[in-house]
Design a protein around this ligand. Structure first.
Ligand code: SAM
Length: 258
């Protein structure tokens, strides 16, 4: 587990700053500002990521799936997964999993206040431990939605596929999996951004669209399939092409077949 160290940037707090949050420190803001100086849209793409996740979660709740496991959930933001789900299904239950101590302190307050929420201080790589603990809050014999928002760009493609497959093997038919990663056009800017971020303990990777699609394995993609988060709208096959930009979030939602 990463220790609390306000002198070093953390994934969770850098991200919090990029999306306009307040739970971050000088070193987090410094790294985020340097990323923004290279690519000014990098904050925007993660706000678009949050908007995608909220749309996906409410759509899944509309399909009658009211249990969620949010892996690498990050610091609280608007709307949180449970708020998005409960806007459709008031009794929806959410398990938040993160290993950042600042994230956990916030999540524990939320879990204390709201019995529909569980906060797990676990490494999401330990799928068995996460699922065993989550089973104390959600019924894994029933369809559940797994979220991996802006997390798999910290994994090599093969390790990401393996991780998703381990979780999917424990999900009931009719479950859903939502995944997003940051994307950047090949070029010098992207190389600078990747090497700046990767100088820390969490090297970041830009996955090809094919590698991203492969995270979903044999799952059934919900239309429009893999898409830029800006245009992903559930159930819509045809969507207008977004304007070209140096960075974007790539997103998808898929269903575990019966
Ligand atoms: C970039 S943030 C994304 C937050 C949120 N999922 C979203 O899409 O808005 C990634 C989060 O994953 C957490 N994280 C990274 N690696 C993790 C691991 N191995 N186990 C648990 N959490 C992890 C970080 O602490 C951070 O809060």
């Amino acid at each position: 587990m990463p220790a609390f160290d306000p002198k070093k940037p953390s994934i969770a707090r850098v991200y919090d700053y990029l999306i306009g949050g307040k739970d971050n420190f000088g070193p987090d803001r410094d790294l985020a500002d340097r990323l923004l100086a290279i690519s000014p849209s990098v904050g925007l793409i993660f706000r678009e990521n949050r908007e995608f996740l909220a749309r996906a979660v409410s759509w899944v709740a509309e399909q009658g799936v009211t249990q969620f496991i949010d892996l690498g959930s990050g610091l609280p933001t608007e709307p949180n997964t449970h708020a998005a789900a409960q806007s459709v299904a008031p009794a929806a239950r959410v398990v938040y999993v993160d290993n950042d101590p600042v994230v956990l302190s916030h999540l524990r307050v939320e879990a204390h206040r709201d019995p529909t929420v569980m906060a797990l201080n676990l490494d999401l790589n330990d799928a068995g431990d996460v699922l065993t603990a989550a089973a104390g809050h959600v019924d894994l014999r029933r369809p559940t939605c797994l979220l991996l928002g802006a997390v798999l760009h910290f994994y090599p493609a093969a390790a990401g596929r393996d991780l998703v497959a381990r979780y999917v093997s424990a999900l009931a038919p009719g479950s859903y999996v939502a995944i997003t990663v940051g994307q950047a056009a090949p070029g010098a800017e992207t190389d600078r951004m990747v090497s700046l971020y990767s100088a820390g303990p969490h090297p970041v990777r830009i996955h090809s669209p094919a590698d991203f699609a492969a995270f979903f394995g044999e799952l059934e993609m919900v239309p429009p399939g893999v898409a830029d988060a800006r245009i992903w709208r559930p159930g819509r096959e045809r969507v207008p092409a977004p304007a070209q930009r140096a960075t974007w979030t790539i997103a998808g939602l898929a269903r575990v077949p019966a």
